[in-house]
Design a protein around this ligand. Structure first.
Ligand code: C5P
Length: 298
């Protein structure tokens, strides 16, 4: 039997997120730049004879076929007609329903890990098209790093990162429903011109101040109950010295960009006492995911 695998599943932030309109299929046409960060869930994958099973250390998530990890595993097994099974043990470190893509990243991790465990030798492109059937954000996490994502988020164009940026991520203890945020998006009489070109130039500069000035998330114009808290955290981050701050995905997570890691640590220390009890706070760097590690680690 194959030895178990440990797969790291990184969180993401949306450095830029524009919504270009509602589609006939109910989704929204978006243009977003996603970026993996150094907060990771871990997925332990062990071979089994025939069935899929899973365990999860978070009470907020089902450890059953409704979990995106399980759905991804079943889809891969069905599509490739694999005879083997697997047990997937999920250790959550990324806040749940927080706009950080944790569930999507876990599903992508299952696809990457099982591709290896079951010796399927599928290319990233094949994994990405399967990932798109699990969720709009899942394909991005097959390769991670920095990417321009369009369509409903599933069309991926990798961007070579000009730099790694110091960040502070704050998640207040509020669970947010992505469909509800899209549904409550305030309509604009005529959509403003895209700011994507300007944003991409700022990203390519490698200058955190230029990037921070161009952060944008159209979903901040929704009427969700978490938006008051999001605004408060943005102001707190800026007052503590962040160069810029923005909501990630549909929230409630907010991130700030700092000039250097030392400054990011000082910001994190300064704001901690003023955050709502139970908030998650992380100080680190934007990063390409460290999928490859010695031995059996992905
Ligand atoms: O693709 P996924 O299942 O992650 O999307 C969850 C929900 O978020 C969708 O059912 C839809 O309501 C909303 N959504 C959207 N437009 C997108 C992505 C998600 O309206 N581009």
């Amino acid at each position: 039997m194959n030895s178990p695998l440990t797969v790291r599943c990184p969180a993401k932030i949306n450095l830029y997120l524009d919504v270009r309109g509602r589609r006939p299929d109910g989704y929204h046409e978006i243009c977003t730049v996603m970026q993996t960060v150094d907060v990771c869930d871990e997925l332990l994958i062990e071979a089994r004879d025939s069935e899929i099973s899973m365990a999860c250390d978070s009470a907020l998530l089902p450890a059953d076929p409704a979990n995106l990890v399980w759905r991804a595993a079943e889809l891969l097994r069905r599509e490739t007609r694999v005879c083997g099974g697997a047990h997937l043990g999920l250790m959550k470190r990324i806040p749940v329903a927080a706009g950080l893509g944790g569930g999507s990243s876990d599903a992508a991790g299952a696809l990457r890990g099982l591709n290896l465990l079951w010796r399927l030798n599928l290319y990233d492109a094949a994994l990405e098209s399967m990932a798109a059937r699990v969720g709009s954000d899942v394909p991005f996490f097959i390769r991670g790093g920095t990417a321009l994502c369009t369509g409903r988020g599933e069309k991926i164009a990798p961007i070579p990162p000009a730099a790694s940026y110091p960040i502070v991520i704050v998640t207040p203890p509020i669970l947010v429903s992505t469909p509800a945020v899209y549904a409550s998006l305030l309509p604009e009489p005529s959509p403003p011109p895209s700011r994507a070109t300007e944003f991409l130039a700022a990203l390519a500069s490698g200058d955190p101040a230029l990037l921070a000035a161009k952060l944008y998330n159209r979903l901040e114009a929704n009427t969700g109950a978490h938006m008051g808290e999001v605004e408060k955290i943005k102001r707190t981050l800026l007052a503590a010295g962040a160069l810029g701050a923005s909501m990630s995905g549909s929230g409630p997570s907010v991130f700030g960009i700092a000039g250097d890691l030392g400054r990011a640590k000082r910001i994190a220390r300064a704001i901690r006492p003023s955050l709502p009890p139970g908030s998650f706070i992380h100080c680190g760097m934007t990063a390409a995911p460290a999928y490859t590690a010695p031995d059996n680690q992905l």
